[in-house]
Design a binder for this molecule. Structure first.
Ligand code: ATP
Length: 477
């Protein structure tokens, strides 16, 4: 297997596991070689090795075989400086294929969901994609491919509105919501639509991270004049994931100036973030208040109907790609019920299910879905509560719950308390004041301090990182 093949496999893994999992677990893996039908990878720590083995081992294996890698097992080895330590290697063969006549059959058609379904399969793709001066746009992220339901209808309507005209309606349009709920999709859709309507318009879409890299490069190359020129000459500026620049002082400053200049010139700005501007703790107050001047729209977590709608839409598309795959009734409903995290996970699960069914030549049934998606179903099965976090953290560190909420500042108590605060912030949707209340009426700044402390320690102290990961796994199991 070549590095190029591994790159292709990585692309598939990204789709299947989502951006966050990908950067946490797959990105750190380095392909080494295939040897006696074993694909060898280097991993930075034992922990990552075992985690990837247990959680993504069979997925990696399936993708490797789908790409003809000639491997039927994977092995992860801690690499650096010749200090090689094996981690438990997973030996997984794909489930035995059932030779079965492949009957052409369209993908599942379940009862229509009360959501606005885009046109099936032949959803119009954007015409003549042309290189924009910013990031590349995904040709699938169009309005035609966006399923509208209650949780996203306002965001969708606002995005449609912005895409209709170059005249500014509300400035900026700020879209926010949790991971994988369609913010980027909507932004690309706006860009595609505007480009179709106004082929000469200068539309610049990029992530806040790219904005920062360009800015840093301009500083390094002493070319800030051109940088400013580029950003101030656009008709519409779209910046994705603005939370990235929070806390990055000079980038924030430059962003603030760019933002003001464009608003003064009457140019439309569209921004996305993972939280509302007021909740971005390290975002410059001036930026936060500017961001709130326009229309701030929340994309809510998915509901059952939206999930089913998305699954039906994606199943139509995948069904065209795998026309021989039979789909039993009730599978999409089952997935919509069980996978409630976000659309990216849902989409990844369905893609994986099709690929699996194709590989093993079996009809897609609820049982097959359970077999193929054990990890996804397990991970999304559970909504973690603050009570459970407190209980499990106390058990883990062997301290009493009364100590957890007491004023005791001894490190043996304070550190587990901070860990529990961190887990509450990361695993629940509770706000800092709500968490503060749970921890004996503490102020939200104390909670924020605790969360940051653990994040900092996780970088420097592998024991803390491991504690956090183990607790998370225990809570989500
Ligand atoms: N309503 C929807 N209809 C169809 N597809 C959707 C919808 N919402 C999200 N998706 C799909 O889910 C995936 C994740 O969406 P997207 O990348 O836009 O999420 P995001 O909110 O920007 O997440 P992140 O915060 O991780 O960047 C994409 O493949 C997108 O096409």
């Amino acid at each position: 297997m070549t590095n190029e093949t591994w790159d292709e496999v990585r692309q598939e893994l990204l789709k299947a596991v989502g951006k966050n999992n990908f950067s946490a677990w797959i990105e750190p893996i380095a392909f080494d070689r295939v040897d006696e039908r074993t694909a060898h990878f280097h991993v930075p720590t034992n922990f990552i090795g075992s985690w990837v083995t247990n959680n993504f081992g069979d997925l990696i294996l399936r993708q490797l075989s789908a790409h003809g890698a000639g491997a039927d097992r994977v092995k992860f080895t801690v690499a650096p400086r010749g200090n090689v330590a094996d981690v438990p290697a997973n030996t997984m063969a794909p489930a035995a294929s059932t030779p079965q006549a492949a009957t052409p059959q369209p993908a599942a058609a379940s009862a229509p969901a009360p959501v606005q379904q885009p046109a099936p399969v032949a959803a119009p793709q954007p015409q003549h994609p042309r290189e924009l001066p910013g990031a590349k746009l995904n040709p699938n992220f169009t309005f035609a491919n966006f399923v509208v339901g209650k949780p996203n209808e306002l965001a969708h309507a606002a995005a449609r509105r912005v895409a209709e005209t170059l005249d500014v309606t509300f400035n900026p349009l700020f879209l926010y919501g949790g991971v994988g709920l369609g913010k980027t999709h909507l932004m690309h859709a706006i860009a595609w639509d505007l480009q179709d309507r106004f082929p000469d318009a200068k539309i610049l879409y990029l992530s806040a991270e790219q904005f920062m890299h360009r800015f840093v490069r301009a500083l390094r190359e002493q070319d800030t004049f051109n940088f400013k020129e580029t950003f101030r000459s656009v008709d519409i500026l779209m910046v994705d994931d603005v939370q990235f620049i929070a806390g990055k002082t000079s980038t924030q400053q430059e962003f603030f100036h760019t933002f003001n200049a464009l608003v003064e010139m009457g140019k439309q700005i569209v921004i996305s973030g993972d939280r509302a501007p007021v909740d971005m703790e390290e975002l410059d107050n001036r930026i936060a208040s500017r961001l709130q001047c326009g229309l701030v729209v929340d994309i809510h977590p998915t509901d059952y109907e939206l999930r089913l709608g998305v699954l039906q839409h994606k199943a139509e598309i995948l069904g065209a790609k795998y026309p021989h795959i039979k789909f039993a009734d009730g599978v999409l409903e089952y997935l919509a019920q069980k996978i409630s995290t976000n659309v990216r996970v849902l989409e990844g699960a369905l893609t994986r299910l099709f690929a699996f069914a194709d590989l093993v030549r079996r009809e897609v049934t609820v049982d097959l879905a359970k077999e193929c998606l054990t990890d996804v179903l397990r991970a999304t099965d559970k909504k973690v509560t603050m009570d459970e976090i407190l209980k499990k953290t106390c058990e883990y560190y062997k301290i009493r719950q009364v100590d957890m909420i007491s004023q005791n500042r001894q490190r043996v108590i304070a550190r587990p308390r901070q860990m529990a605060m961190y887990l509450c912030k990361r695993l629940t949707t509770r706000s800092l004041p709500e968490i503060g209340k749970k921890f004996g009426g503490r102020d939200h700044t104390t909670i924020l301090y605790g969360v940051r402390k653990i994040e900092e320690l996780m970088q420097a102290d592998s024991q803390i990182a491991e504690d956090a990961e183990l607790l998370r796994r225990m809570l989500e199991a």
